[in-house]
Design a protein around this ligand. Structure first.
Ligand code: SIN
Length: 541
């Protein structure tokens, strides 16, 4: 087993992880930063696939306060106003930084930054690049900056397996090189998880392979508290094909005038409920109900864009053509698909979890920023704003964290550990069953009997798995069970969580939900959103 020493480890190389890594080395110093990523740097992240863009209040009639209001409204009363304020007020400067780094956002003919419109935004405020290849462009710039930073060491093709606990904190992790099948022990007093969401737990998803909720599962096993797991965002418009993941058809198309229609060209959304540009949860629900009733739904861009779609949205155009649809002359068949998780590892506004030494940021984290439903194009912005905030918090805490002990922990010292033991995946039929169960019963519309039967089957599956299946290979199953349990416990409908048996929300201020894994099982809880600066317990140990 190879041992690596670092001061800070960033796991994951989407926008949040890359932005954090750069902030860690912004000042002169000798801090050793290690970035661990399961594919090529920046390559397999959901960020790199993001189409729509980065929301920021840059337009003449816009303001951070308006952006904050839209974010809070989309979050259905559960978003933390202090974090929303941070996001929307710091956002414009983070975007200007990207421009200074060489990100080429699209501009109008007069040279102004072109600002698109998306669902539930009251202003045009979504920056985009190369039409609908915004994530790829932002990731390109951040990736080259990380590669050029002398104090950042990057280990690619590395899959994080398990956090190494010491006392009540974490002090390292175990990882597997996916090509060489070698095990690596990374020793560091501060770890930032930026591993993305659990979209792969759902049969129909826009999440790329690898987004199995690994960070969430590892953190849960290390004692972190998880929050808001029931809030899964379903994007209304993925291309309805058999592909996996489903290609996204960006919401920006609706911002440019494309309409959601049935086969006869009739609108399928309620004009009195925000129409085509209502918040994502509401549009996804309208489409889901139509599809369940046997109606096919389409995004029709013919009138609004016609031939211009090829230049304005080259990514969507190419994807459609690859799947046999010509959006210049045909409506695009669409379906809702799991897209983003508002739930995750409970952290404060600086990314600190309750486990000393462990931070989290981006989709794997749940600070309460997005509440019950994320506003479109706020996720890249979240990475750009909160990645560096987590990095600064780690730098501040670094001095107080004990250096990793020199004696390796028992399980890492064990000669019996072999990389191939961790390469034993869940059988494919089980993976398919988990994903089907979640899609059918824990999807856009949920109800008690479906949730109960899904949970019983998932729990039984866990009980029947052969002992030889290692814990990291069970991550998807663990996360599926926790999400289902959270969805069962919330007996109301709020934002992205819709219960047909409890179609209304509870009166008053909504509560966040929490889960913690312990040897006795799962502990559940709930609380009003905290606006306190930090729930975290950073201590030297
Ligand atoms: C989109 O382009 O529709 C997706 C952007 C996002 O997830 O916010």
């Amino acid at each position: 087993m190879t041992t690596h020493h670092a001061d800070v480890v960033v796991v994951g190389s989407g926008v949040a992880g890359l932005a954090a890594a750069l902030e860690l080395v912004r000042e002169e110093g000798d801090l050793r930063v290690l970035v661990l990523t399961r594919g090529a740097l920046g390559g397999q992240s959901a960020s790199s696939l993001a189409q729509g863009g980065v929301a920021a209040a840059l337009g003449p009639s816009d303001s951070p306060a308006l952006h904050a209001r839209d974010t809070e409204l989309a979050g259905n009363g559960l978003a933390r106003p202090d974090l929303v304020r941070t996001l929307t007020h710091e956002g414009p400067e983070r975007v200007r930084e990207l421009i200074r780094m060489g990100v080429r956002f699209d501009r109008t003919q007069s040279g102004e930054i072109s600002l698109g419109l998306e669902g539930a935004h009251s202003r045009h405020r979504v920056l985009h690049a190369r039409g609908d290849r915004t994530g790829a462009e932002v990731t390109r710039a951040l990736t080259s900056a990380v590669r050029a930073a002398p104090r950042i060491r990057v280990l690619e093709q590395m899959e994080a397996l398990e956090l190494e606990r010491r006392g009540d904190g974490v002090q390292g992790l175990l990882a597997r090189h996916r090509g060489e099948e070698s095990l690596h022990h990374i020793r560091a007093p501060a770890i930032l998880l930026a591993t993305g969401g659990p979209g792969r737990a759902f049969l129909r998803t826009t999440s790329p392979p690898g987004l199995d909720g690994d960070g969430l599962a590892m953190a849960a096993r290390a004692g972190a508290r998880l929050a808001d797991l029931e809030f899964v965002q379903f994007h209304p418009t993925a291309l309805d094909t058999r592909a996996d993941p489903l290609p996204l058809v960006t919401e920006a198309l609706r911002g440019a005038g494309a309409r959601l229609v049935d086969a006869a060209g009739r609108s399928v959304v309620d004009p009195h409920d925000g129409g085509d540009l209502a918040p994502r949860d509401r549009v996804a629900r309208s489409l889901w109900l139509r599809i369940r009733a046997g109606t096919s739904v389409f995004l029709d861009a013919r009138e609004a864009l016609g031939d211009r779609i090829a230049d304005a949205f080259p990514g969507v155009y190419a994807l459609c053509r690859r799947h046999g649809v010509d959006p210049r002359s045909q409506p695009i068949p669409v379906t809702p698909a799991a897209h983003y998780h508002m739930g995750g590892i409970e952290v404060d506004g600086e990314g600190r979890s309750r486990v000393p030494g462990l931070w989290a940021v981006g989709e794997v984290a749940a600070s309460g920023l997005h509440g019950a439903n994320r506003l479109a194009s706020n996720s890249l912005l979240e990475g750009l704003v909160f990645g560096p905030r987590a990095a600064r918090s780690m730098l501040e805490a670094f001095a107080t964290l004990a250096p990793p002990s020199h004696s390796p922990p028992e399980r890492v010292r064990s000669d019996a550990l072999r990389a191939e033991d961790f390469a034993r995946p869940l059988p494919p039929d089980k993976v398919l069953r988990i994903r089907t169960l979640l899609w059918d019963r824990v999807g856009v519309v949920r109800e008690e009997s479906g949730l109960v039967s899904a949970l019983e089957e998932l729990d039984a599956m866990e009980g029947e798995l052969p002992k030889a299946v290692p814990l990291p290979s069970r991550n998807l199953l663990l996360v599926a069970r926790l999400i289902t349990r959270a969805a069962l416990l919330r007996e109301e409908s709020l934002g992205s969580h819709f219960r047909s048996d409890f179609p209304n929300r509870h009166a008053g201020v909504p509560r966040r939900s929490f889960q913690t894994l312990s040897p006795e099982g799962v502990q559940d809880g709930s609380a009003f959103p905290s606006t306190s600066a930090s729930p975290a317990l950073i201590s030297s140990h």
